[in-house]
Design a protein around this ligand. Structure first.
Ligand code: NAP
Ligand code: GDP
Length: 324
């Protein structure tokens, strides 16, 4: 039974990755941080399942800032594969809390790389990079070789993390792969990311609970994919003999206004009548358009995105309808 350790198991990607690894016969260990209110809804169905929890799925308490606990967990679990997904994941928030963002992304990455380097047999490591490393990108479709040009504290920290992953690979011969992932969504997306905010907002308006949804910059374009496809790519990276950097993206961009229109149409609404722009949600600086070329992952890993834009929106709307 291969052993995987996931940081950020309670997040969108962590929860889908756990399901994938359990199906593949892994023993899965996840790191959760303590909080006074339980925030484990994405993995609750697995934790409640007596045939899984305590048998092939185990949770351990630690925060990324809690060095001793982290080290203890790594040495106890002795994983074959580490998926490092945890950390402050919101770009806009990184402008408000840049120091915490740096601690949780940049410092934590080094910390985990160092812990892994000290293991008797260092595990294979997946690091969660981001398209935000390209920022004001120097090419309209970005490849792994496109120069980094981040525009937010989040992007800067992710660029640091990706670069540090490369250093540990070449400097220490460790199996460290960077996934440079473009936006990926699902019904489990955090509610302050724009896609989830829109579908939940539209559902709430359709039910007569609210009348308006406040948003920021509507002039942006993103390359939106489906999260379960992207966790499959993470796993594929760690099955390669050599570690490397891979972009996971659909290669197609959509305007935020297209997302808005389709989500509101699902609920029989005209978005133009319900959207207000609030400068509070406009970022000081951000990439207008990001689009990734995933041909390397397609050719070397056999990875490909399988769920089209319209279907992602429908699945999120359907789930939002039930929540409200
Ligand atoms: P997410 O849903 O926001 O999950 C983040 C996870 O990190 C949660 O489990 C969270 O725990 C945990 N976490 C945050 N701070 C922590 C701390 N100090 N100590 C321990 N755990 C902590 O993010 P995601 O969408 O799954 O993304 C996973 C990773 O990929 C992130 O690193 C993100 O930046 C990166 N990424 C995501 C996308 C995307 O489109 N989703 C694109 C590119 C890169 P709680 O549940 O307790 O909050
Ligand atoms: P990100 O690409 O990882 O920052 O994911 P988000 O879903 O947070 O944002 C995607 C894009 O939507 C960014 O370009 C935001 O500026 C834009 N956007 C416009 N209005 C909003 C809003 O109200 N909330 C968020 N989160 N993003 C918004």
């Amino acid at each position: 039974m291969p052993v995987a350790l996931i940081t950020g198991i309670t997040g969108q990607d962590g929860s889908y990755l756990t399901e994938l690894l359990l199906k593949k016969g892994y023993s899965v260990h996840g790191i959760v941080r303590r909080s006074s209110s339980m925030n484990r809804w994405r993995v609750d169905h697995l934790v409640q399942d007596e045939s899984i929890y305590g048998k092939s799925l185990f949770l351990h308490y630690a925060d990324l800032s809690d060095d001793a606990s982290l080290r203890r967990i790594f040495f106890k679990v002795n994983p074959d594969e580490v998926y490092h997904l945890a950390g402050q994941s919101h770009v806009a928030l990184s402008f408000e809390i840049p120091e915490l963002t740096t601690h949780e992304i940049a410092n934590a990455t080094i910390k985990l790389l160092e812990i892994c380097r000290d293991q008797a047999k260092p595990p294979k490591i997946y690091l969660a990079g981001s398209s935000e490393i390209f920022g004001h990108a120097q090419e309209s479709i970005q490849k792994e070789e496109t120069p980094f040009n981040p525009t937010s504290p989040y992007g800067v920290c992710k660029a640091f993390s990706v670069q540090m992953g490369k250093v540990y690979r070449s400097g220490y011969g460790m199996h460290v792969s960077n996934g440079i992932l473009y936006n990926h969504e699902s019904p489990r997306r955090g509610e302050n990311f724009v896609t989830q905010k829109i579908v939940r907002g539209a559902a709430s308006i359709a039910q007569g609970k609210t009348e308006f949804l406040e948003l920021g910059n509507l002039d942006i374009e993103r390359d939106w994919g489906y999260a379960p496809d992207y966790v499959q790519g993470m796993w594929m990276m760690l099955q390669q003999e050599q570690s490397d950097d891979y972009i996971l993206a659909t290669g197609k961009t959509h305007k935020l206004s297209d997302f808005l229109q389709m989500a509101f149409e699902y609920f029989g609404l005209d978005h133009q009548k319900h959207i207000r722009i609030n400068p509070k949600f406009v970022r000081p600086n951000e990439p207008v358009q990001l689009c990734g070329d995933s041909s390397k992952a397609q050719n070397l890993l056999g990875w490909s995105p399988s769920v089209p834009f319209e279907q992602i929106i429908r699945s999120m709307c359907k789930a939002a309808e039930k929540i409200n």
